[in-house]
Design a protein around this ligand. Structure first.
Ligand code: KG4
Ligand code: ZN
Length: 400
């Protein structure tokens, strides 16, 4: 089954074309295209994402990415800026159907599912993706030639996707048709760590899970971005802190919030504030010298909490035999933008080994950790198999 996926929930415009097979027991994905138009440079001067700028860029980038995906070449065409038809079939601007239009339409007729993120995220940004998906669906139903409507029946089906399910299912993307990586086994503990979320899940199988805990304030990625700003590092802060931390040592004792509490919730706002107070003691010159140590110590405090609580959950649900969740926990999965951090991945593996545990540890490959559309396609396939329905409207606060 061929899936066209669109993701515009935040600051990356991403489109992917993915082939999926295997069913719910063994879903496998072949990433045919995964195109990203990053907006980092546009938002960088503001130190964070500006929603209206993000919306403007999504509107501009979506048709460009689609053209690139289909390999139409607008510059060689008579129509410099091919527009999509309105849902009633008229070409906006009244222009004649060009070769490009027909190529796009033919392409759309090969698509089984258009998967689009409906939330959580920035509402104006979500709408750009949703409206684009609706236009494509309308276009897929048009006859290729006037008067010949034998192929006019609707083909592509739109499925609204929860972005967080996308991050969860991104763990299965690296198990593409060709990959021979160790298979994820259930039950699993999944940690989703991104700029907007920090969530710990107990997973029974691909379609059943229980939320064990989440952050009570800032998401871990958000804390990385805020601390980076305090250290005058560019946005996004995660990769900058990771780089800087490699040059320092983690001897500054920042708090490790909720580390010893017997629940699975997190909190990163206090840690961020303690970095702020720490910085207040020093002048700019000293801060400059201390930056690598501050980055390393902040990162370590955050990771100690994430690793400790995740492994504790895996152990606890193994000891209980997983109760209703079908036996001992077998895998630990991490995903989301923060999961790309190599230090975090290494420390997770080291801790599992140190404690002599036999959990399979899995993180998606680099390009599937942060926001991408291949993960939305994976969620589209799994939602389709479950016949799960999401409204095709922006739901900025959608949760798992
Ligand atoms: O999943 P994602 O791309 O978008 C959201 O859904 O939020 O995650 C973005 C977050 C940002 O906060 C960014 O600073 C963080 O992921 N991030 C990192 C690293 N790369 C990105 N955090 C720590 N270390 C990294 N190397
Ligand atoms: Zn995300």
């Amino acid at each position: 089954m061929k899936i066209l996926a669109i993701e515009t929930s935040c600051d990356e415009t991403v489109i992917a074309l993915v082939e999926a097979r295997g069913g719910l027991q063994n879903p496998r994905f072949k990433i045919l295209k995964n195109l990203v138009a990053s907006q980092i440079k546009i938002h960088q001067p503001f130190g964070g994402i500006v929603p209206n700028l993000a919306k403007r860029e999504h509107l501009r980038n979506l048709p460009i990415l689609l053209n690139r995906l289909i390999k139409t070449n607008p510059s060689k065409s008579k129509i410099k800026n091919p527009r999509l038809p309105s849902p009633n079939g008229e070409v906006i601007g009244g222009q004649e159907k060009s070769k490009i239009q027909i190529k796009i339409q033919k392409f759309l007729k090969t698509i089984d599912i258009i998967a689009v993120t409906v939330g959580p995220g920035l509402e104006p940004c979500l709408w750009t993706g949703i409206n684009f998906a609706k236009e494509l669906k309308a276009k897929s139903s048009l006859p290729l030639r006037q008067g010949f409507d034998e192929q006019a029946k609707l083909k592509a089906k739109i499925i609204g996707i929860n972005h967080l399910e996308g991050h969860l299912y991104s763990n299965w993307l690296s198990q593409s048709y060709e990959t021979k990586s160790r298979k994820i086994e259930f039950p699993a503990i999944a940690l989703i760590i991104s700029g907007g979320h920090t969530i710990l899940l107990l997973i029974k199988d691909l379609t059943h899970w229980k939320k064990l805990g989440e952050t009570r304030d800032d998401a871990v990625g958000e804390a990385f971005d805020k601390v980076a700003r305090m250290l005058k590092l560019p946005y996004p802060g995660g990769p900058e802190i990771e780089k800087l931390a490699k040059l320092g040592n983690s001897e500054i004792e920042f708090p490790k919030p909720m580390l010893n509490q017997k629940n699975y919730d997190f909190s990163f706002s206090g840690l961020k504030t303690s970095v702020l107070y720490y910085l207040k003691q020093f002048n700019n010159k000293t801060i400059e010298q201390l930056k690598p140590d501050i980055a390393a110590s902040f990162q370590q405090a955050a990771f100690d909490v994430l690793i400790s609580k995740t492994i504790r959950a895996a152990k606890e649900f193994s000891a209980k035999g997983g109760s209703a969740f079908g036996g001992k926990v077998k895998s630990i999965l991490i995903s989301g933008g923060v999961a790309v951090n190599k230090t975090l991945q290494k420390q997770f593996k080291r801790e599992i080994e140190k404690q002599n545990l036999c959990f399979i540890f899995h993180a998606p490959s680099f390009k599937f950790c942060g926001d991408n559309a291949a993960m939305i396609a994976a969620a589209g396939y799994i939602n389709f198999l479950q016949k799960k329905k999401h409204q095709i409207t922006a739901q900025s606060n959608l949760n798992l």
